[in-house]
Write a protein that binds this ligand. Structure first.
Ligand code: NIG
Ligand code: FE
Length: 412
C-alpha cells in the first residue's frame, strides 16, 4: 500500500539522520521543507522531498495537502491512561478549598482510584481505557507510555499492565509500559510502608517481569509518598530485572529525586515543578531527559516546570500529558504544546521538539518515532489549512487537526 501526501504547505521536523534528542539552543531549530511531498509505504515513511523533486510514483492513494502542515505525531512519554472511573468530586472539593494533598490524606486521591480499579473487571477497564486511547489518537498522539500504579495489589497491578499491553496489540500506536507499584502506600499497608515496598520487590516485580509486562519502572519520590532511600532500594531491585527507571520527582518538593534518578541512569525524570540549581547541574552530566507536564500544573494550579531555565542551561526537555484521573484528566498533547508556549515561554519550535523527538527519547522510541525520517513509523498529523505552525499553540482552544495517520492507517 503506497500513500502519497502532496502539496504539503510545510513538512515539519524533517531529519535525514535523526538525532536521539535535541538540547539547548538546538531546540530552537525545527528543520522543515516547504511545498513538500511524503511517501508512506505500508506502515513506514519511505521518502519525502520538495514538490519540484517529486518522482513519478504510482500511489494507491493520494492526499492533497494544499494549505496544510504535516508533522510527526505527538510522543506522549508520561501517562496513567489505564484507570477506572473518574474523580470529578475531588475536582469540586478543590474548588471549594481543599488542597490536592489534603484530599489524599483523607483517603481520596490515588487510593480512591485504586479502590475503583480493584472493583473493576479487566474487560471494563480495557473498554474505558480504549475509549481514552482512541480519543488521544485522534488528537494526534502516535506513541504513548502507560503506567500502572492504580492497582496497589499484585493482582490489580497485573490487571492494569495486561490492559495496557492489550491496547498496544489492538491499536496502531506504539505503547511502552511502566511499573508504578510505588505510587502510594495502599490502605491495607497504612503505617507500614516498608511492608508494602517489600511486597513490591519480592512479589510484584518478579511477576510483572516474568509476564514481560513492562519496559520501565517508576516511583513517586515525594514527601508523604516514597523517600529518596526507598527510591534507591526500588531502582536497585528493578535493575536486577533489566528495568530502566522513569520516575516522578520534584512535583511539590525537591528532596533529591533527580539525583537518585540520575544515579540509576534514569531514562527520564518527570514533573519537576520545583527545580534547584543542583538538579540542573546533575542533569547536565547525564543521559536523563527532564519531562515537564504543564497540563498538571494547569489543572492543580501549581507552578509550571521552569522549562526556559532548563533549556537555557543547555538541557533537553520533553513535554507529556500525565493523563490521569486526579491531577490531569486530559490526554490532549495539543493543549500541552500550547500551554508550554503560553505559560513556560517555550517557542513553538522548542515545544514541538519537546513533544516529538524528545518525547520519543523519553520512552526509548527515538529509532522509530518523533521525526520525519526514512524508515520511521508512518505516524503523522495533517493539520487543517492554517497560516503557519505558530498557529498550533496560538489557537490553543481550536482543533487544528484534519487527519491523523497512525502507523500507516488513516484516521479521519
Ligand atoms: O503524575 N504525582 C503522582 N501521580 C499522578 C497523579 C496521581 C493522582 O492524583 O491520581 C501524577 O500527577
Ligand atoms: Fe504522573
Amino acid at each position: 500500500m503506497k500513500l502519497l501526501l502532496r502539496n504539503i504547505k510545510e513538512l515539519l521536523q524533517v531529519r535525514e539522520e535523526a538525532p536521539l534528542k535535541v538540547a539547548g539552543t538546538a531546540m530552537k531549530e525545527l528543520p522543515s521543507i516547504s511545498n513538500a511531498w511524503l511517501l508512506i509505504e505500508n506502515d513506514i515513511i519511505s521518502d519525502f522531498g520538495a514538490m519540484a523533486t517529486l518522482p513519478k510514483i504510482s500511489a494507491d492513494k493520494t492526499i492533497d495537502c494544499t494549505g496544510k502542515i504535516v508533522l510527526p505525531s505527538w510522543c506522549d512519554s508520561h501517562t496513567h491512561l489505564v484507570y477506572a472511573g473518574n474523580r470529578e468530586q475531588e475536582f469540586v472539593d478543590r474548588i471549594n478549598g481543599l488542597s490536592y494533598q489534603e484530599i489524599a490524606e483523607k483517603g481520596g486521591g490515588i487510593l480512591n482510584s485504586a479502590k475503583k480499579l480493584q472493583e473493576t473487571s479487566e474487560d471494563s477497564l480495557y473498554a474505558q481505557s480504549a475509549a481514552r486511547l482512541e480519543e488521544v489518537m485522534r488528537l494526534g498522539t502516535g506513541a504513548i507510555e502507560i503506567k500502572s500504579g492504580y492497582g496497589l495489589t499484585t493482582q490489580a497491578e497485573l490487571k492494569m499492565l495486561r490492559v495496557a499491553k492489550r491496547l498496544g496489540e489492538n491499536y496502531p500506536v506504539a505503547i511502552k509500559t511502566t511499573f508504578l507499584g510505588a505510587h502510594a502506600v495502599p490502605a491495607a499497608y497504612k503505617g507500614d510502608k516498608e511492608g508494602y515496598l517489600n511486597l513490591i520487590i519480592s512479589e510484584m516485580l518478579p511477576k510483572v517481569a516474568a509476564e514481560k509486562l513492562v519496559d520501565y519502572v517508576d516511583i513517586f519520590c515525594e514527601e508523604g509518598y516514597f523517600s529518596v532511600e526507598d527510591t534507591h532500594t526500588l531502582l536497585s531491585a528493578a535493575n536486577g530485572y533489566g528495568l530502566i527507571p522513569k520516575i516522578h520527582v520534584n512535583q511539590f518538593n525537591a528532596i533529591g529525586g533527580v539525583q537518585a534518578g540520575v544515579a540509576h541512569d534514569a531514562l527520564s525524570v518527570d514533573h519537576l515543578e520545583v527545580v534547584t540549581n543542583d538538579d540542573v547541574a546533575v542533569l547536565k552530566n547525564s543521559n536523563t531527559m527532564p519531562v515537564a507536564l504543564p497540563s498538571c500544573s494547569y489543572f492543580l494550579s501549581i507552578p509550571y516546570t521552569p522549562g526556559r531555565k532548563l533549556i537555557d542551561a543547555g538541557l533537553p526537555l520533553a513535554l507529556a500529558t500525565d493523563y490521569n484521573p486526579g491531577s490531569t484528566p486530559s490526554g490532549n498533547m495539543n493543549f500541552v504544546v500550547a500551554t508550554a508556549c503560553i505559560k513556560m515561554k517555550l517557542t513553538p519550535e522548542e515545544a514541538i521538539n519537546a513533544a516529538t523527538i524528545n518525547g520519543a527519547y523519553a520512552m526509548g522510541l527515538s529509532h522509530s518515532h518523533g521525526s520525519i525520517t526514512k524508515g520511521k513509523s508512518a505516524s503523522v498529523i495533517i493539520t487543517k489549512e492554517i497560516p503557519s505552525y505558530n498557529y498550533l499553540p496560538y489557537a490553543f482552544g481550536s482543533n487544528c487537526i484534519d487527519k491523523v495517520i497512525a502507523n500507516g492507517e488513516i484516521l479521519e
